[in-house]
Write a protein that binds this ligand. Structure first.
Ligand code: PHB
Length: 387
């Protein structure tokens, strides 16, 4: 090698080395876009708690990188979502986006993430399309699709011998898709959804619709509500005298993180979800104990999803020694991982959604008690995903 070339090569390396070291020792910026106000506020807090718990267990760093959080209250408002996510990406230069709870907001996040190539980990919102037609190498979900627990519940309700069901939910993607999942398996098994009642998100004026349910006299009701809305719905359903005569079923969001507020109105309810309060595994017991000690609160499914979002980020970063610019290595490590979740270990489908067991649970006191595994390793059909 000519002397001059050799010297300039050495010089180039000397410049390059500190640069890449700076890149991997600087704080990793995580944009946390979650609801901190409104009907889903408690869900946003639980997700953040779960995320921070995993980080604390790793000594506050992932692959040597401290995490800087930039938080946005998305208010579960889809009309503000695109601006909010653009600010995180363009103004705050986040390395990773984590969010959110509401499907309408998550779809806006996924669109911007897809357009800009920003890594997005969705720690709740079940919008089918996020790991369906909008699926992308940089978009991951640590939670579920709305279809998953709905589909599992359709089989349960059919097996109970119910034929005629009325559904009631908020009119937006999560409610619609949850009902569609339920309807798909319930009608395949010979049942019939005779009426689909809705009200705008996040309204809680249920009275007229409860009167309509009473007049329709179905065998059962299937419902998607969550957070503050779920508390009010379960109480109103019982207060209207319907709980005794028309059994109420739903995905477990109806009773997760809500039982203290729902009290006796929730007792005995059967729901389907990828988590339960009494799994009794060593992994879940350790998680629950650590969460309760740290936050003086019992964890719920939302806390688990936040915890697992942090685990997924940790797995990706470990594969690239903290250098998230090494995109291919980061993505393929998460794709191949078996994620050691408190819910039970899960893998991701080709569309990056958890393939997971769905549990039947029953409310006993302040617990969503495990009843059985109702659907083993259930994968969302990922309709429209080309990846
Ligand atoms: C959603 O909007 O996708 C959503 C919100 C709350 C839940 C579950 C799903 O508990």
């Amino acid at each position: 090698m000519k002397k001059l070339v050799r010297i300039s090569l050495i010089a180039a390396c000397a410049i390059a080395a500190p640069l890449s070291m700076a890149q991997t020792s600087a704080k990793l910026k995580v944009g946390l876009m979650l609801p901190y106000t409104g009907t889903y506020a408690s869900l946003g807090n639980a997700i953040e708690n779960g995320f921070r718990l995993y980080l604390a267990e790793k000594g506050g760093k992932l692959s040597g990188r401290e995490i800087e959080f930039i938080k946005v209250d998305d208010e579960s408002d889809p009309s503000k979502a695109t601006d909010n996510v653009n600010k995180l990406i363009k103004r705050d230069n986040v390395d990773v986006l984590v969010g959110t709870v509401h499907s309408g907001v998550a779809m806006a996040m996924a669109k911007v993430a897809k357009d800009t190539g920003t890594i997005l980990i969705v720690p709740n919102a079940g919008a089918d399309v996020v790991t369906g037609a909008m699926c992308a190498p940089n978009i991951f979900r640590s939670s579920f699709t709305n279809w998953q627990p709905g589909y599992a519940m359709g089989e349960v309700v059919a097996k109970k011998g119910h034929k005629k069901v009325v559904t009631i939910t908020w009119k937006y993607a999560a409610g619609d898709e949850s009902v569609n999942g339920f309807k798909e398996s319930f009608e395949k098994a010979g049942g019939k959804v005779v009426k689909e009642l809705t009200l705008p998100f996040p309204n809680v004026e249920f009275q007229a619709l409860l009167t309509e349910i009473a007049a329709t006299k179905p065998d059962a009701v299937y419902t998607f509500f969550s957070g503050g809305g779920a508390v009010k719905f379960v109480k109103d359903y019982a207060a209207a005298g319907l709980k005794k005569s028309i059994p109420l079923y739903g995905p477990g969001f109806l009773t997760d993180g809500t039982l203290e507020a729902q009290g006796a109105a929730a007792e005995g309810l059967l729901t389907t979800l990828h988590y339960a309060d009494s799994l009794g595994t060593a992994r879940d017991n350790a998680f629950r104990l650590a969460y309760a000690k740290t936050y003086k609160l019992q964890p719920d499914v939302f806390a688990v999803q936040g915890y697992d979002a942090a685990q997924m980020l940790g797995i990706g970063l470990a594969a690239v020694k903290g250098d998230i610019s090494k995109r291919a290595g980061f993505v393929s490590a998460i794709e191949k991982a078996k994620i050691d979740s408190p819910r039970g270990a899960f893998t991701l489908s080709k569309s990056h959604n958890p393939v997971q067991d769905i549990y039947l649970r029953q409310v006993v006191g302040n617990e969503n008690r495990f009843v059985s595994v109702i659907s083993k390793a259930l994968a969302d059909p990922a309709r429209g995903c080309k990846m």
